[in-house]
Ligand binder design. Structure first.
Ligand code: GLC
Ligand code: MG
Length: 577
């Protein structure tokens, strides 16, 4: 059946082709990161070089050729710093040292050097909200050592009662956000696990110390930072109870039943802190005459209005970009529709400040993997989508081969928030998306020579990199996409964009570039679909095809086209100038 094309949202910048063509020879004035592909490595699960079942820095170095082959521009590493590993490194004991699980400072320097040779930038995870409860600052603060008394957030129990937390604030990892400290005879506040006490940013010394951390790693040669959990940096100073969120009558475990905005998160002071980090790295780049800017990307799960505040303004620059999680949060499971994808994209475009660089995140270590969320057969279509949309593309390791989640039991699990309650582990654990990278089909998937810290996913037998190298595969599609993204004649982050619902099952995305129109056609469903699609130019040819497609590259595409189930294609119009 042929269905009518419905245009949902069209065109942000209306410019005629002739104007585009005039611009074709303009100098490329974008910075490297604005059209880059950032590849997230979860070091614990990427590659183990010494056979202890835990991924490490030497392992990453040994696999840099994989990143090079993919064509990614930079990699951001989840935390590699000295840590008791309660929250897999997001509980830092010493910001200046490499965790022994991951290697030594020498190993890190070798990684930096090897990456530099390959033209791959290294971005570190910076965790400003909290430290480990084993960090020296916390030990000193617990002792009330002079100068450190207020490094963390300490309060007496309610009405002086040691059995009653100061207020109703709840932790992101469930339960009270207050923990009684016997030594200091006070409660301390923790947004995450009780082994992750929150730093007190009302103490200017804390900010100074964190700035020193940034400078230390910049001196080492890193190219930027992914800033963790930034909405939680500052809390309400009056320590009043948070009101119940709408629809709740009681609240004592899950913080979603509290209205946390402005009390536990998203406070104005938070943005100023990020702007001050930006000023610091810009100043560093300037003072050191760096050819490339140092990049800051922020992680904030919050409302769209608050998310974009991290970008800052022309007078107060903030993050270079702040993760756009819409394709994650708006499509949590396989019940998604074409409208859901279109809305996820449009919602972001509506809020994105003028002139800001867009970005598209498909996965990370805190959310189920793309293949498990949207279905194995739709992986290529989603990779195509994020590669075609303007701006930065962010890929979580394994998504380039379409790895699904692994299988982990509560007993095997390590996620601190989930293992507290085995009855809800399957719903809450983040261990599934953290299982080892599947390099090949051997016992431990080529990740390690011994039992890995989390079990290898059973899909490694049929889904692994080795099996995808020389054949048409998620991997080959991904590589084609990066090549396409890189070969856009004039790099741009502001091309005309149309997101079109062709029918209930087919999404069309049109990106009008200077040199040609690019069109994504994506059949998300289980049945073949015959469609006509919105087109401006006369001739279109196929430039990238999903593994579900039988078409060949260069094939000319007619107005009337039948897309196979889950087929996705990127088409290119004839040269426009
Ligand atoms: C971020 C990290 C997550 C961690 C949390 C606390 O959301 O991505 O893995 O548990 O911060 O540091
Ligand atoms: Mg906090």
């Amino acid at each position: 059946m042929i269905s009518k094309t419905v245009i949902i949202v069209i065109v942000f910048f209306s410019t005629s082709y002739s104007q585009f063509c005039n611009n074709l020879n303009d100098n490329d004035d974008l910075d490297w990161w604005q059209t880059a592909v950032f590849y997230q490595i979860y070091p614990r699960s990427f590659m183990d070089s010494d056979g202890d079942g835990i991924g490490d820095l030497k392992g990453i170095t040994s696999k840099l050729d994989h990143l090079k082959n993919l064509g990614v521009s930079a990699t951001w590493l989840s935390p590699i710093f000295d840590s008791p590993q309660v929250d897999q490194g997001y509980d830092i004991r010493n910001y200046y040292e490499i965790d022994k699980d991951y290697g030594t400072m020498e190993d890190f320097k070798s990684l930096l050097e090897a990456a530099k040779e390959l033209g791959i930038k290294i971005i570190l995870d910076f965790v400003p909200n909290h430290t480990s409860d084993q960090h020296d600052w916390f030990l000193l603060s617990a002792n009330r050592t002079k100068g450190y008394e207020d490094f963390y957030i300490w309060r007496d129990g309610k009405d002086g009662d040691p059995h009653s937390p100061p207020n109703n604030w709840l932790s992101e990892f469930k339960g009270s956000a207050w923990k009684w400290h016997e030594g200091r005879q006070q409660y301390y506040f923790h947004d995450f696990s009780e082994q992750q006490p929150d730093l007190n940013y009302r103490n200017p010394m804390v900010l100074e110390e964190m700035k020193k951390v940034i400078l230390f790693w910049l001196d080492m040669g890193v190219s930027g930072f992914r800033m963790d959990a930034v909405p939680f940096l500052v809390e309400d100073a009056t320590f009043a109870d948070a009101p119940l969120a709408r629809g709740y009558t009681a609240c004592d475990i899950d913080p979603i039943c509290l209205n946390r905005e402005n009390i536990l998160k998203d406070r104005d002071e938070t943005y100023s802190i990020i702007y001050s980090f930006r000023a610091l790295v810009d100043d560093y780049a300037k003072r050191n005459n760096l050819a490339d800017p140092i990049v800051i990307m922020t992680e904030a799960y919050t409302t769209p209005e608050n998310t974009v505040l991290y970008y800052g303004s022309s007078t107060d620059l903030g993050a270079h970009f702040t993760f756009n999680f819409n394709l994650l949060t708006n499509l949590p499971n396989s019940n998604f529709t074409v409208d859901d994808i279109a809305n996820a994209i449009n919602k972001w475009q509506v809020y994105l400040p003028k002139g800001a660089t867009s970005n598209w995140v498909l996965g990370n270590h805190d959310n189920h993997r793309v293949a498990s969320r949207v279905g194995q057969d739709n992986v290529d279509g989603f990779n195509m989508l994020t590669a075609l949309l303007p701006g930065v593309m962010v890929t979580y390791n394994g998504e380039e081969i379409g790895m699904p989640d692994g299988e982990v039991t509560c007993e095997q699990g390590k996620d601190p928030a989930a293992i507290k309650n085995c009855s809800t582990f399957d719903q809450t654990s983040r261990d599934f998306e953290r299982t080892p990278f599947q390099w090949d089909s051997s016992k431990y998937a080529g990740f390690s020579t011994s039992e890995p810290w989390l079990p290898v996913g059973s899909s490694k037998n049929w889904l692994n990199l080795a099996a995808q190298i020389d054949v048409k595969s998620h991997y080959s599609v991904y590589k084609d996409l990066i090549t396409l993204k890189k070969n856009f004649k004039k790099r741009s982050i502001v091309d005309n964009l149309s997101i079109i619902k062709v029918n209930e099952q087919v999404l069309q995305v049109v990106r009008q570039r200077d040199e040609a129109d690019y069109i994504l056609l994506f059949n998300i469903g289980n049945s073949d679909q015959t469609i006509t699609f919105y087109r401006k130019a006369l001739d279109y040819e196929v430039v990238v095809t999903s593994i579900t497609s039988q078409r060949s590259i260069g094939e000319k595409i007619d107005n009337l086209i039948t897309l196979k189930a889950h087929e996705s294609l990127i088409l290119r119009s004839a040269e426009l100038c």
